[in-house]
Design a protein around this ligand. Structure first.
Ligand code: UD1
Ligand code: UDP
Length: 391
């Protein structure tokens, strides 16, 4: 385990451990880390569980961050039990040696829940960023709905991204005082990437994007655990069928590093010369693709939020979403994983100009925040820091 020490003798300075493990946690916590580090009230240690390796490093590099401690737990095939047990033990040791005053976690991964439990065991107050998202189905997404519900149960500060998420929390913890609506930090991250992307030439992007500048293309990502196998095959077949029906349209598919996902994508889409299958893109390149593509097909949570902010139609490859705001705002269409439903949803958007424009106009109604969520979170921590928390 690599550990870079963070110590403070300054009176009143609070030590905060930010625990991350996967790509979306890196992207969504980077703005929080950067904001906390601007303030002399905090000493921040970034702990990576290493649930993801290269994808986490890639995401952090855009923000010029690297972990201060890295548990490097990732294996080629990793069970939920393995991730949970390794994170609890590894992060617990780091909490014991570093004695943080608070721990911040994000979202709904197994890293999130296991790190929260380790903090809870030591009665260290936990701040949960992106609290309150609910699909109300424990199996969808799996195991994320359970992870976020339990994390919200034991967290001290609940940072809800939207009013709807806060309402979910109020139902579960009606007398909770430490609950705040902050916006989603993904919008902070998105805006910082847009600052770079908007001024940069397309030619400077990843080679995977070359050739896509002038042609309409579909951007697809899919990785959910409950979609491995047959559902993923149906998703890939839907993309093939959409391309067959819409001549002149191409597809860009940055593949998640999980072999269970890549093998299926390569098997079904590998020979299609209108599909660019590539490795995960650097964050600014992915944002470029989000901006430039015609439509998005995705089962990702973060992508639904980003698409909403950009006014880009996203066909959600899941039967249910914990981000109903994206559906209400009109940018997200729930299609599930049935080939026919995905194809029909794409047909409507690619054939009906007016329908497409109606969605594009929704970007002014972005429900996920204004790009200042991390400032709000840092302000709240500065004003309300608890010395001790009694459960
Ligand atoms: C995890 C999270 C999911 C989140 C997703 C973001 C859990 C249970 N799942 O799912 O909530 O939406 O991350 O992407 O917490 N791999 C690499 N290199 C990497 C990353 C992954 O090779 O940098 C491969 C490894 O073979 C690894 C596999 O992908 O075993 C799966 O990773 P894992 O974190 O278990 O599941 P994800 O599907 O990535
Ligand atoms: N992303 C990226 N490169 C890619 C694909 C996605 O940087 O090639 C970013 C995307 O912009 C979003 C995040 O990764 O912010 C979503 O991560 P993922 O889909 O892995 O997880 P989820 O959001 O579903 O938990």
């Amino acid at each position: 385990m690599k550990v870079r020490g963070v110590t403070s003798n300054r009176a009143g300075v609070k030590k905060i451990d930010v625990v991350i493990g996967t790509r979306p946690e890196a992207i969504k916590m980077a703005p929080v880390v950067k904001e906390l580090r601007k303030r002399d009230k905090f000493l921040v240690r970034v702990i990576s569980t290493g649930q993801h390796t290269d994808m986490l490093r890639q995401a952090l590099s855009f923000f010029e961050l690297s972990p201060d401690a890295d548990l490097s737990i990732m294996k080629r095939v990793q069970s939920l039990d393995y991730i949970t047990a390794s994170v609890i033990a590894g992060v617990g040791e780091l909490f014991d040696s570093g004695c943080p005053d608070a721990v911040l976690v994000h979202g709904d991964t197994t890293t999130t829940f296991a790190a929260s439990l380790a903090a809870f065991h030591r009665q260290i107050p936990i701040g949960h960023v992106e609290a309150g998202l609910r699909s109300f189905d424990m199996n969808l997404p799996f195991p994320e709905e359970m992870n976020r519900t339990l994390t919200d149960r034991i967290a001290h500060w609940l940072f809800a991204p939207t009013e709807m998420a806060a309402r979910n929390l109020r139902r579960e913890r009606p007398s909770e005082k430490n609950m705040y609506v902050t916006g989603n930090t993904v919008i902070d991250a998105l805006y910082s990437a847009l600052d770079i992307v908007e001024g940069a030439a397309w030619a400077s992007a990843s080679p995977a994007l070359s050739g896509l500048e002038d042609s309409p293309f579909i951007l697809m990502t899919a990785h959910r655990r409950e979609s491995w196998g047959e559902p993923m095959e149906r998703i890939c077949r839907a993309l093939s069928e959409i391309l067959r029906r819409h001549e002149g349209t191409r597809a860009l598919v940055p593949m998640h590093k999980n072999p269970a996902v890549r093998d299926t994508m390569k098997k079904i889409l590998g020979d299609n010369d209108r599909v660019v299958l590539c490795d995960p893109l650097d964050y600014p390149d992915f944002v470029r693709a989000l901006k430039r593509c015609k439509i998005i097909l995705s089962d990702s949570g973060g992508v639904q939020e980003e698409a909403s902010a950009l006014g880009k139609p996203v066909i959600v490859l899941r039967g249910v979403t914990e981000r109903p705001e994206a559906v209400e705002s009109g940018t997200a269409i729930i299609a599930g994983t049935r080939t026919r439903n995905i194809v029909n949803a794409a047909d409507r958007l690619l054939s009906d100009e007016e329908e497409y424009r109606r969605v594009e106009e929704k970007k002014n109604k972005n429900p996920f925040g204004d790009g200042t969520a991390s400032v709000r979170i840092a302000d709240i921590l500065e004003k309300n820091f608890a010395r001790s928390v009694v459960y």
